[in-house]
Design a protein around this ligand. Structure first.
Ligand code: PLP
Length: 404
């Protein structure tokens, strides 16, 4: 099915504006996507019609809010084909989901001398929580390297996994290279050696059909704000046998069954991991974002994004810029540098043409070290982008380069 991009764009009020008197070209979708009116309406509806604090509800508003909140949980379960809704934990984002596992899985399963394998292409949020854990427990972080094309060297897992390895932390899709990692294969290798796997799905969930059972991952984390949903909402999926053995991450309301000064018993899944009042309106509006994405069809979105990716890559290649990451099947992310021009200057000048790109290390310092660079310019695409926008970007880039 081909998408009606004009119709889709009309759903996104923020895309209609001009920046410095030029039509906005929004190419920073890997950092955060924009929201359709349907999601904004869901937020407004929650606050104007049925806002109340969820669970244990004795009144109409709270009851309705609880139902809408739990409805989103069911939608997430369906989106990623989890076995059951109680394996879907709401957090404030991928970062918190990874920290939850690093703390809680770490408490139960990581001991002094244990090893955690982390890939070289990870976002800092899938590195630092493991370093903190390693520091607390006296464990070791082992790096799984990439090659210069941005491919993860998974054949090295055979030697990197030892009898002390407990977990592999790896991203599904790189936010810098666009590389799509063979998660199913990595999970198979890990499990054949009794090792668990956590997947950072921040850059995957809006662009790939995810089936956590088919991938056979132990944990899968992602953020709503990269999926046309509200910010401040994330998801952690986990295998039930693990979640049940893991202690709570935070203490407070909702996560308890009974509290006495002599001791506390904890609530069942998923509430054990959802202490305090969560982002109620955000989770409810996330449900509207999932509906929106599924209406478009994730595969339809992905195939349009791939067409845009190929179009932009061909034009940039013609210009002779250096692109980092060229793996087959890569996602709609292009990181590049132009000889003799600092990436920050490029980004700042492109902004004056109304073009939003990201510059810098993209929270992936080890990856920057691999390529011996300080940063890149990054164009990241979404289904609402167009070839005309790419043309505008390429023309602006040529002008900017000619100024230096
Ligand atoms: N992982 C990857 C690959 C990302 O690209 C990002 C954000 O850019 C994150 C994790 C962190 O996501 P959040 O800031 O929503 O927690």
């Amino acid at each position: 099915m081909s998408l009606d991009i004009d119709k889709i764009r009309a759903d996104f009020p923020i895309l209609q504006q001009k920046i410095y008197n030029r039509p906005l070209v929004y190419f920073d979708n890997a950092a955060t996507t924009q929201r359709p009116q349907q999601v904004i309406d869901a937020l407004i509806r929650t606050y104007t019609e049925y806002y109340g604090n969820i669970h244990r509800a004795a009144h109409f508003l709270a009851d309705k809010a609880t139902m809408a909140y739990e409805e989103t949980r069911a939608k997430v379960r369906n989106l990623i084909n989890a076995e059951s809704s109680d394996q879907i934990i709401f957090t404030k984002g991928t970062t918190e989901s990874v920290n939850l596992v690093a703390f809680s899985f770490g408490e139960s399963f990581i001991h002094e001398g244990d090893e955690i394998i982390v890939s070289e292409m990870e976002h800092h949020s899938n590195i630092v929580p493991w370093q903190l854990l390693a520091g607390r427990k006296g464990a070791k972080i082992i790096m799984l390297p990439i090659d210069n094309n941005g491919r993860l060297l998974i054949e090295q897992l055979d030697t990197l996994i030892t009898e002390r390895t407990r977990l592999i932390a790896v991203t599904h899709v790189s936010n810098v290279l666009g590389t799509r990692n063979p998660i199913q294969e990595i999970a198979r290798i890990a499990h054949s050696k009794g090792v668990r796997i956590l997947v950072d799905g921040a850059q995957a969930a809006a662009h790939l059909l995810i089936d956590v059972q088919d991938l056979d991952v132990d944990f899968y984390a992602f953020s709503a704000h990269k999926m046309y949903g509200p910010n401040g909402v994330g998801v952690l999926y986990g295998k039930k046998e693990l979640l049940e053995q893991m202690p709570p991450y935070q203490g407070g309301g909702e996560m308890i069954s009974e509290v006495k000064f002599s001791g506390t018993t904890y609530n069942e899944l998923p509430y054990k991991f959802e202490a305090g009042t969560p982002n109620i309106s955000g989770v409810i509006a996330f449900g509207a974002a999932i509906d929106y994405l599924q209406n478009i069809g994730i595969e339809n979105a992905a195939s349009w994004e791939t067409e845009l990716l190929n179009y932009a890559t061909a034009k940039l290649t013609q210009m002779g810029v250096r692109i980092y990451g060229n793996q087959p099947g890569k996602s709609g992310v292009i990181s590049f540098n132009v000889d003799g021009v600092h990436f920050f200057d490029l980004g700042t000048m492109l902004d004056k043409f109304g073009i939003a790109v990201r510059t810098g290390h993209h929270c992936a310092d080890p990856l920057m070290d691999h390529f011996n660079i300080q940063g890149t310019v990054r164009v990241s695409l979404a289904f609402y982008n167009t070839k005309e926008e790419i043309d505008v970007f390429i023309e602006a880039l040529k002008k900017v380069i000619s100024m230096f």
